[in-house]
Design a protein around this ligand. Structure first.
Ligand code: ZN
Length: 460
């Protein structure tokens, strides 16, 4: 039996989006990468030498430190936990941390069971009275007034936001700044380590078509039924010890391959990469892309994750996990915390509606539908693939034709008398059957939803 200790940031997305300012968000990505990168953890472990080492099996995940304990003594374990937590606290002052202990033959065995113990390290609470609030997060008291942004505007910031604003974390000067791990890794995998990536939402949105370039799609994806999958594979591996596939690394690799394929599918020779990868690790992805690229990106992400795992299907001989997606369409200025919260809730809905059995996607358009969940059913990935050509055709209709169709379909949805006949008559008269037909015959996708999806659609 071996003992493991994972210490990580709790609800990493909400810490990341604590500041509405994009500069702060990207700075935070860099801080997280820096805090949990190997060299930094080795430094922290030097203080408790001989008590713990880096858990090589876990793979690198932003915001999580995974260790194998070399001591069984309570006191020793506590020392390790304190050393790592105080290291993380120093780099990420306002993040909430959690320490989790696992025990098992291997790390993966340990992770398939319940943790032995957990301990929370909540973010420190601001002292009362709080004084002047930080102008970025409005949560902590400001401790310093500094110049912010290209024009150096004087801004009062708290300890956490000061680090986000540190030019090494958020600056444009590439020789000095720290690059978030997801950006670094993505460039490397695309074979271009200096490929320019947009560092602000505006810059990303401007990569859309000239007359319509202020919107983005933010996607939150993660694997379905991963725990069940790992348990099944480990069960098989125990019976036939010859197989040694590392499941954690396999999933990490599938996720990265999926991301790289998705980026390539929408790149189309643009000068900058059309993506901001906020977080990538394990089977988890949070990215933003120009809005017209959102659907292709999502489709390719799910498809390619599947393709990668298929290659190991005979070796794994079990039901393979799939990737579900929450996709939010939003304006470049929509508060990112609102976007991320909605993306997370949509992802949960997609997973729940299909009980994690298959890849699905739930989406919402904040600009046209607002940020409150609409209750639209999620779309299975198979249906998205199957209807791809029909969606393309629908997207190719003129905006006024689509708007008329939406009007007719809304009447059908409301159950107005004669609405179905009116719609069908219009479709017949205008010869729209091949574009509309697939969405009016009790299909997985309703016409009104399909019209909403193709509002922003790239035909190339
Ligand atoms: Zn702050």
């Amino acid at each position: 039996m071996a003992d493991y200790l994972d210490i990580g940031v709790v609800r990493i997305q909400s810490w990341l989006t604590r500041t509405p300012v994009l500069r702060g968000r990207r700075g935070a990505s860099a801080m997280i990468s820096r805090a949990t990168e190997r060299e930094e953890i080795e430094k922290a472990l030097a203080l408790v030498e001989g008590l713990a080492e880096i858990n090589e099996v876990a793979g690198q995940v932003d915001g999580v430190v995974s260790l194998q304990l070399l001591t069984g003594s309570k006191d020793g374990i506590r020392q390790v936990e304190e050393a790592v937590a105080s290291h993380l606290r120093q780099h990420l002052p306002a993040a909430s941390l959690q320490a989790t202990y696992w025990r098992g033959e291997t790390y993966l065995d340990a992770r398939t069971g319940d943790p032995v113990a957990e301990r929370d390290w909540p973010a420190p609470v601001a002292e009362w009275p709080p004084g002047r609030p930080c102008q970025w997060c409005r949560t902590w008291p400001a401790t310093e007034v500094v110049g912010v942004g290209d024009d150096g505007q004087e801004t009062a910031l708290c300890a956490d936001c000061l680090l986000r604003n540190d030019p090494r974390n958020s600056g444009r000067n590439t020789s000095r700044r720290r690059i978030p791990r997801a950006e670094r890794e993505l460039r490397k995998r695309l074979g271009d380590e200096t490929a320019p990536l947009p560092d602000e939402f505006q810059v990303l949105a401007r990569q859309g078509p000239n007359d319509d370039n202020t919107h983005l799609a933010t996607l939150h994806a993660d694997g379905n039924a991963i725990g069940k999958f790992i348990r099944q594979v480990r069960g098989k591996q125990r019976k036939s010890p010859g197989t040694s596939l590392n499941v954690a690394q396999l999933l990490d690799e599938a996720t990265w391959q999926a991301l790289v394929s998705a980026v390539q599918s929408v790149h189309q020779g643009r000068e900058k990469l059309p993506v901001i990868p906020h977080l990538v690790g394990g089977d988890d992805v949070l990215v933003s892309v120009p809005v017209h690229d959102g659907w292709r990106f999502a489709e390719e992400l799910q498809h390619s994750f599947d393709q990668h795992l298929q290659r190991f299907s005979s070796e794994l001989a079990t039901t393979l996990p799939s990737l579900s997606v929450g996709l939010v369409i939003h304006h470049e200025t929509t508060p990112f915390s609102t976007v991320v919260e909605l993306a997370e809730s949509l992802l949960g809905k997609a997973k729940q509606e299909h009980r994690g059995d298959r890849a699905a996607l739930a989406w919402q358009d904040i600009t046209n539908e607002g940020p409150t969940p609409t209750g639209r059913p999620s779309v299975p990935h198979s249906a998205l693939r199957q209807q791809w050509e029909a969606l393309r055709e629908l997207a190719g209709l003129t905006p006024s034709t689509r708007s008329r169709l939406a009007q007719l379909q809304r009447a059908v949805r409301k159950g107005e008398g004669g609405a179905t006949e009116a719609r069908d008559e219009h479709v017949g008269r205008r010869g729209l059957h091949s574009a509309v037909g697939p969405f009016v015959s009790g299909n997985a996708m309703d016409l009104l939803d399909a019209l909403g999806m193709v509002r922003w659609w790239s035909q190339s």
